[in-house]
Design a protein around this ligand. Sequence first.
Ligand code: AMP
Length: 221
Amino acid sequence: MKTILIFFGPPGSGKGTQADLLSQKTGWKKISTGDLLRSETALKSPLGKQAEKYMKAGKLVPDKLLIDLVAKSLKQKTEGFIFDGYPRNIEQQKALSNMFEKCLKKNDQVVSLLVDVSDKEIKHRLSQRRVCSCGAIYHLKYNPPINKGICDVCRQKLFIRDDDEPKIINHRLKIYHQNSEPIFDYWQQIGKLIKINGEQPIAKIHKEILQKLKELKLIIL
Ligand code: AMP
């Protein structure tokens, strides 16, 4: 049996962090479309070049650029997948359901999980986020680097992601509410949406997620 867990939540809700923690715990592979696209832009691939302008502006990358990336990721050998940042609109949800129909078996389980955080908290969090090109992420208050502005892991200079600039954050939140919220209705209606309060410490959220998955018999602790 394979488990597919789809994380939902606004940008900056910490769903990426939770997806990583869960992936470490279960061995399930994380599929983050944001990470996949950032690797493509770093490689300056044709796809990366096309995606970059949308990403910098905080806009959604066109659906057709993502389908192959996601379909390729789903071919990995694993007992489970954790989606982070996909699907983000109804069209992507439909595309994903089609992919599932082709590659999932009868016993495989799909559930979704919403990391719920208010807009006010998101704006505060993202303005304090600093990142490194090695992938490390810091928060100036809750998870600051040891030396100001320098990555603890690789000693490179930290920077603010283009799409974390305040004007862009507002735009990303607007897109999130318009496009992603209709997807939750779908998951709620079929009784497969787990809601978690994302305004709690990281470890507590992780524990709650594990507990919910245990209750659903998707993991054994
Ligand atoms: P993230 O790291 O998930 O916040 O994604 C960063 C940026 O990548 C987003 O603001 C979008 O420009 C792009 N992106 C990531 N996932 C998707 C998606 N599912 N659909 C469209 N654009 C995406």
